[in-house]
Design a protein around this ligand. Structure first.
Ligand code: KIV
Length: 279
C-alpha cells in the first residue's frame, strides 16, 4: 500500500483520475476514511464549528489544530494528511508561519493548507522553499467571513472572477501541490482547473475540479441546522444516531441491556464469602 503524496495527486490529475477528500478530526474517523481508501484527509479548521461549537473558524487555535492533527495522523497509513493553518497562525509574519507549519508536520501532517491568494504569496514561497508542501485555498475563504458579510459564493462578477483566476495562477507558479476552490461558479472552477498544473479540489464549485472535498459531518448528515447548497448528505447520520441512542435508553430503562451476553460470569461465586460468613 503506497502512501498518497503531493506527487500522487499531480499524477492523478494527469491521468484524469478524480481525487477524493474529506475532513477528519479524530482517530476513529481517520482510521475509517483511510481504510476505505480516501486520498486526502484534511484536518480542517472547520473543526472549530463542527467539533467545538464555535460560530466561525476564527477562534480556532494552533493548540486545538495540533491536538486533532495528532489524533488523525495516528489513524492514517495511506492517505495524505493535510493540516489547516488557523486564523493568525500565518498572517502575521513569515517566521511565525514557518514555525507553525513545522508544528503541523511534527504533529504528523504531510502538508499544510493556507487560505488566501496573492496577499500570502511570500509566506507560501517560503514554506515551499523549506520543503513544506502547501495546499492553497481560494474562493470563499471562511476566515474572511466578516468582510464578505456571511458565507456567500465568491467570484460571481467579472472582476472577482479575474482576481480568483489570477490568484490561482500565482499559487500554481509558486508551487502549491493543490488548490481548494470553495463556493465559486462551476465555469470559473473549470477554467482554473484547465489553466493550472496543480490539482483543484472543489467544494461547492461544481463537477469539473480535479477532486472534491466535503466536511465529514456535513456529508454524513451529522451537522445540525441549515446546510449550504453544495452539501449532499450521504447518510442521515443525526437520525441514525438519535434512533440508536433512544434504543439504548429504552433498553437500559427496561433492563434488557445489559443481557447475560454482555455480562461476565464467575464460576462458584458465593456472595456469603464476600460478606465474611464462615461456612
Ligand atoms: O476547514 C475546512 O474543513 C476546509 C474545507 C471546507 C475545505 O477548509
Amino acid at each position: 500500500m503506497e502512501r498518497v503524496t503531493p506527487i500522487t495527486l499531480k499524477k492523478m490529475k494527469g491521468a484524469g483520475e478524480k481525487i477524493t477528500s474529506l475532513t477528519a478530526y479524530d482517530y476513529p474517523t481517520a482510521l475509517l476514511l483511510d481504510e476505505v481508501g480516501i486520498d486526502v484527509i484534511l484536518v480542517g479548521d472547520s473543526l472549530g464549528m463542527v467539533m467545538l461549537g464555535y460560530e466561525t473558524t476564527l477562534p480556532v487555535s494552533m493548540q486545538e489544530m495540533l491536538h486533532h492533527t495528532r489524533a488523525v495522523a495516528r489513524g492514517v497509513k495511506r492517505a495524505l494528511v493535510v493540516g489547516d493553518m488557523p486564523f493568525l497562525s500565518f498572517q502575521t509574519g513569515v517566521e511565525k508561519a514557518v514555525e507553525n507549519a513545522g508544528l503541523f508536520l511534527k504533529a504528523g501532517a504531510q502538508a499544510v493548507k493556507l487560505e488566501g491568494g496573492s496577499e500570502i504569496l511570500p509566506v507560501i514561497d517560503t514554506l515551499i522553499s523549506f520543503g513544506i508542501p502547501v495546499m492553497g485555498h481560494l474562493g470563499l475563504t471562511p476566515m474572511k467571513i466578516h468582510s464578505y458579510g456571511g458565507y456567500k459564493a465568491q467570484g460571481r462578477t467579472e472582476e472577482a472572477a479575474r482576481r480568483i483566476f489570477n490568484d490561482a495562477r500565482q499559487l500554481d507558479s509558486a508551487g502549491v501541490f493543490s488548490i481548494v476552490l470553495e463556493s465559486i461558479p462551476w465555469k470559473l472552477a473549470k477554467t482554473i482547473t484547465e489553466e493550472v498544473g496543480a490539482p483543484t479540489i472543489g467544494i461547492g464549485s461544481g463537477p469539473y475540479c480535479d477532486g472534491q472535498v466535503l466536511v465529514f459531518h456535513d456529508a454524513m448528515g451529522l451537522t445540525p441546522g441549515y446546510q449550504p447548497r453544495h452539501v449532499k448528505k450521504f447518510l442521515q447520520g443525526q437520525e441514525i444516531f438519535r434512533t440508536a441512542v433512544k434504543s439504548y435508553m429504552e433498553e437500559v430503562r427496561s433492563g434488557d441491556f445489559p443481557s447475560p451476553a454482555h455480562s461476565f460470569e464467575m464460576k462458584d461465586f458465593d456472595p456469603e464469602f464476600l460478606r465474611g460468613v464462615q461456612k
